[in-house]
Ligand binder design. Sequence first.
Ligand code: NAD
Ligand code: MG
Length: 388
Amino acid sequence: MRKQKITILGATGSIGVSALQVIEQHSDLFEIFALTVHTQKEKLLTLCLKYQPKFVVISDELSADWLKNQLDMNSKTEVLTGPLALSEVASDSEVDIVISAIVGAAGAIPTFAAAKTGKKILLANKETLVLAGKLFYQIVKESGSLVLPVDSEHNAIFQVLPSQAEHIKNIILTASGGPFLQKPIEQLEEVTVKEALNHPNWEMGAKISIDSATMMNKALEVIEASWLFNLPANKIDVVIHPESIVHSMVRLIDESVLAQLGVADMKIPIEYCLAYPNRIKSGAKELDFECMSELHFMKVDKKRFPTLNLAYQVLEKGLDSGCILNAANEVAVDLFLKNKIKFTDIYALVVDALNYFELEQYNDLETLLYKDNVVRQKTLELATKNFN
Ligand code: NAD
Ligand code: MG
């Protein structure tokens, strides 16, 4: 059988690295076509030498020049840069599979390019769906692209989803609660960046780690689930499950509950998507039931995690509210990571941005990305005005 050719958008990130680890175990099935990174030129050089992709993309032109100089004249790899390059390697006619693992709305344009050209898309970049889920699925329907969820909760649901949609009563996304599940609420204001980045169960990029600490990650995931599984907000629940062993559940109309379990390792959902509808080894550890004495489940405390409600508001209001939520959150998280605002200001700033903007209709991605830019600028202004 011909090997499947893969483009990884965001190859040096937490998901990108896990994806490469799965692919490496199955070099008889897959080969790397293109790898993209934002700024990490040394890491990209190492990847070029190891995987010899046909293309690599790096955002910054100087880094691209550096990389070209480092690569041997006989290197098979062509170095690309510039605004169109990500979309080119995501839509190239040779590519079978695109792993969408850039963080933030920056991942939307190449993920749309993959969708337009009918690729099999392994979607980790949930922000694409929060920003533009409706448009994305219009394109997916037209092109016949296959979108498979990498996010562990959505992957779990996808693995146990019944074939008949009318059998679903609701889906239940599990949330670990992040590093501050037990911290007294009045102390949240003073938590440090280092504490917020220290997720108890998963090693992830900085942005999603902070999103997990505020529970914004689960809010984004509720919106993501709504688009992926075509479900209304009232059929999507969230429960805290601190051990991250049950990755999510589907409750059926007869009160059966189907769940997917496994160790907290993104190689499992990535493997499932890569091989789908087949299964192959992921390289993850076995789940050891004899060492697992207790699993806990509890209600989300809305006072501790007010962010979660924002997802339900966005799903109710529609229009471009997802774009505003996402852009304001990206700015707020970045400001927190740079020690410019407090941890609790993240939520407050996002709410200020959501209150500031009128919701608008949109018919294309360009309109949404324009709004995304406007929201980012305004959120920065609001931060200076309200949180200094
Ligand atoms: P990360 O920060 O570790 O990696 C991000 C990657 O994107 C890097 O390769 C970086 O070079 C690239 N990148 C960043 N900004 C870019 C830009 N402006 N243009 C082009 N490339 C850019 O992030 P991650 O934790 O791997 O998460 C990636 C995506 O997957 C996010 O959308 C996240 O929500 C989702 N996700 C991650 C996990 C996880 O376990 N890490 C789980 C579920 C979903
Ligand atoms: Mg998740």
